[in-house]
Write a protein that binds this ligand. Structure first.
Ligand code: COA
Length: 379
């Protein structure tokens, strides 16, 4: 909402940059009114239903879906670059286990930048290669964090397995049920890209100074971590648990609204009529819940969503169905947001490349409302 600054009425403040177009992008388009999102012109629900996560990742970076040869080459590159250096593996294991997995992930990406002597390479080829390298190594980093926390031996990546089977192999140590694998694939597609959201914008701001791609991704991780952004998927299970513990949805909401708290998993800056990604993710959440015989979770989640729509005209965002889906798969809540990073790395790095292709440093103005000019006190 634009408002004149209280001290400088001639200066209009767009708090939270609400409603501001900061630049153009050809990567994705949010049609807020119709609750539609497209990646490179394709509707995300169609991509999620008919294309694999690897095809979507390729599309986000290259602007076109891959042909069979391009896809095979891309998959081969990803499979052969999953290993992280022994130093990085040791570093991850040595970080305090009290630190949140997102903090350790942020440090790991920052460290990858230190290991890469060409980190400042801004050539299109160099940027693309580093983007795909981070994409290939992130599951290994997340799995290393997960297994360190569980005090379980690290499982090396297996190049014979595809991206998703390999991630489940390195974390939970088995092959996922096809229903779970499909839901995970869909979640990766839906989380991949969302125009100028806070973490992508943070990555673009860093890039606009001509800093390196690892610094941009590190900034993206820092921004995504918060519960108002990606950290929401971790907090959603808490929302559902609190509703259950309060003895029902109505009692829970009465308390939340009285305390003027936000219900994590609801609301969105851009979508006011519902999040484009929610119907597809909800379908796959239901599939997994039915597989796990947790229809009770579907009922609770539906009841809470209906009550918040009735009371506040607020609708779920993607984190609302994604959080319980990941929980039912057997992942701990603390790695839900790192799994989001495994997907969003595609969007962030595509934006880094787009920003550099037509760069201007991002530097907004501020309307000063501090002390009037004054003299230093005499000694
Ligand atoms: N629970 C309760 N009330 C909410 C709400 C929520 N999740 N989201 C928004 N509102 C209310 C606000 O309190 C505000 O009410 P008011 O006008 O009476 O003060 C109004 O709706 C507008 O919200 P605002 O915080 O100004 O929206 P925003 O565009 O600045 O923020 C979010 C967007 C996503 C940060 C916000 O909806 C939120 O905090 N949601 C919960 C966190 C979450 O799920 N994040 C993941 C986003 S994908």
């Amino acid at each position: 909402m634009a408002k004149p600054s209280s001290n400088n009425p001639d200066k209009i403040i767009f708090k939270g940059l609400d409603g501001v177009y900061a630049d153009v992008t050809a990567i994705s388009e949010v049609h807020a009114q119709e609750a539609v999102l497209t990646y490179r012109g394709y509707r995300i629900n169609e991509l999620a239903e008919h294309k694999t996560w690897e095809e979507v990742a390729y599309l986000i970076w290259h602007g076109e879906l891959p042909n069979a040869k391009q896809l095979a080459n891309f998959i081969q590159f990803e499979k052969t670059h999953r290993n992280i250096s022994p130093t990085l593996s040791r570093l991850i294991c040595s970080l305090p286990s009290s630190a949140h997995p997102m903090d350790r992930l942020r440090t790991a990406i920052s460290f990858m930048g230190c290991e890469d002597i060409g980190a400042n390479d801004h050539s299109p080829l160099g940027l693309m290669e580093r983007s795909v390298l981070m994409f290939a190594k992130l599951p290994t980093i997340v799995a290393t964090i997960y297994r360190t926390d569980k005090r379980m031996p690290i499982i090396e990546p297996n190049p014979k397995l595809d991206y998703i089977d390999n991630f489940f192999h390195m974390t939970l140590g088995g092959k996922p049920d096809p229903v779970i694998k499909r839901a995970f694939d869909v979640s990766m597609t839906l989380y991949a890209e969302h125009s100028f959201n806070a973490s992508t914008f943070a990555a673009r701001v860093v890039t606009s100074t001509l800093s390196d791609i690892y610094s941009a991704v590190t900034a993206g991780i820092g921004a995504l971590r918060g519960p108002l952004h990606g950290g929401a998927n971790e907090a959603v299970m808490g929302t559902l648990q609190d509703a259950r513990d309060a003895g029902g949805v109505d009692k829970y909401l009465a308390g939340v609204f009285a305390r003027k708290e936000k219900v994590i998993g609801f609301g969105h800056r851009v979508y006011k009529n519902g999040d484009s990604r929610v119907p597809t993710m909800t379908k796959y959440f239901h599939n997994v819940a039915k597989l796990k015989r947790r229809e009770d979770l579907i009922a609770l989640s539906d009841e809470l969503a209906a009550a918040i729509a009735r009371e506040k005209n607020l609708f779920p965002n993607l984190d609302y169905p994604a959080g319980p889906t990941y929980a039912l798969m057997g992942f701990p809540e603390s790695i839900f947001t790192p799994m989001f990073v495994m997907s969003r790395i595609t969007g962030w790095t595509a934006h880094v490349m787009e920003q550099l292709s037509d760069n201007r440093i991002i530097r907004p103005l501020s309307a000063y409302n501090g002390q009037k000019p004054r003299k230093l006190p005499k000694k």
